[in-house]
Design a protein around this ligand. Sequence first.
Ligand code: S3P
Length: 422
Amino acid sequence: MLHSKTPDLFAAAYPLHADEFACFRLAAQSAEEAVWLFGELGLSGMNITAPFKSDMAKLSDVRAPEVQTLNACNTLALENGKKCSYNTDIFGVLGSLEKAGTPVAGKRCLVLGAGGAGSAAAYALHAAGGVVTVANRTTDKARRLAESLGCSYAALNEIAGIAPQADIIVSTLYQHVDVVDEAWLKPQHVVFDAIYHGSRLREKAQRAGCKFIDGAGWLLHQGAPAYRKLTGVEPDVEGMEKAMLPQKLPAHISLIGFMGAGKSAVAPVLASMLRMPAIDADAALEKKCGASIPQLIGEKGEAYFREQERVVLEEALQSATPTVISCGGGAVTQPQLGRLLKENSIVIWIYAPPACCLSRIDVSTRPLLAQHANPQQAAAELFEKRKFLYAKTAWMLVNSHCRSEAQVSQLIYDEISKVLHS
Ligand code: S3P
């Protein structure tokens, strides 16, 4: 059975060169873990999803005015060495309404939910001149938000008296919370559901003849200014919109990352959870060549080893059987192979700090480190050189520091399940 226990993920951006960025998902189980990874990896920014928008706001060094009001952020950007938080959800809400040709000024707006998304919606609508009422299950939360914005509030069970008179109804409630009675909806209503897959409100609104807006536009219009902040580059909004369309996911899963990150240990565990076979590229290579990796590199050189590594991985990626592939730590150094991995597999970067990686391996079996007088320093330097390549190739990063292979596998499994079910 597929299920999701991982509460969240973050998208991270990485400056490669002045005009090149690597973006990947970052699976973290708390805002603290994400901030730790942010510093460890030297990321330039993150886009943050629920439920850590408030925690992340608290952990930032500088908060934009909207973050101070909402106590929530969805964007963290490194500016002059400081973690600065912003809330571009506001643009998500207003951009979607504008695209749908719905003016806000002077309109009666009912916002359902006073969490991160509800707060941003209320803030945005109020700022655009809407007459806003926030309704929430916990009335106190709605009251606090309403007081900070200077708008009205209500309990969710009081909305029968408010919704029918509203012009715009924005729901930021969970999919299973069904509080809008179809009988309240009239064709003049605009109904906006923050949910972008499987909105229950959609059918009700459409049956009632209302204009319906789903959360895809919100996602897009918050993403564009966040991208601008994180990269300093003007976003290709049309391209972003196209990228949001359902995509066919590659069948294989490749694990990349530094030596000792845990790829070989995670691969069989993850594979058995997914009921897929696993292949360890290093082991397959040793079998194919009839020699150990230290022997191969020692006798025939690294270039020969890389050539063999490419052949083994190309073969694995061409297989018709979806497979979990554990790659050698240097596979991403071959640009053509990096591209092949990205095109033909869901690439997971397993990360642990180089010192932690080193503590997990027998350096004498890793010739690229063993040849140095100070393997610790060599590992740190090699990782520093490679981290951009891992970032560029990865679809998602998972942190294996202080986690067992079972825990890392579970995290990957949960994140992949989310994507397969969205
Ligand atoms: C290497 C990593 C090793 C192995 C070889 C080279 C590298 O694999 O392929 O020693 O260049 O990082 P693991 O990452 O499985 O240790």
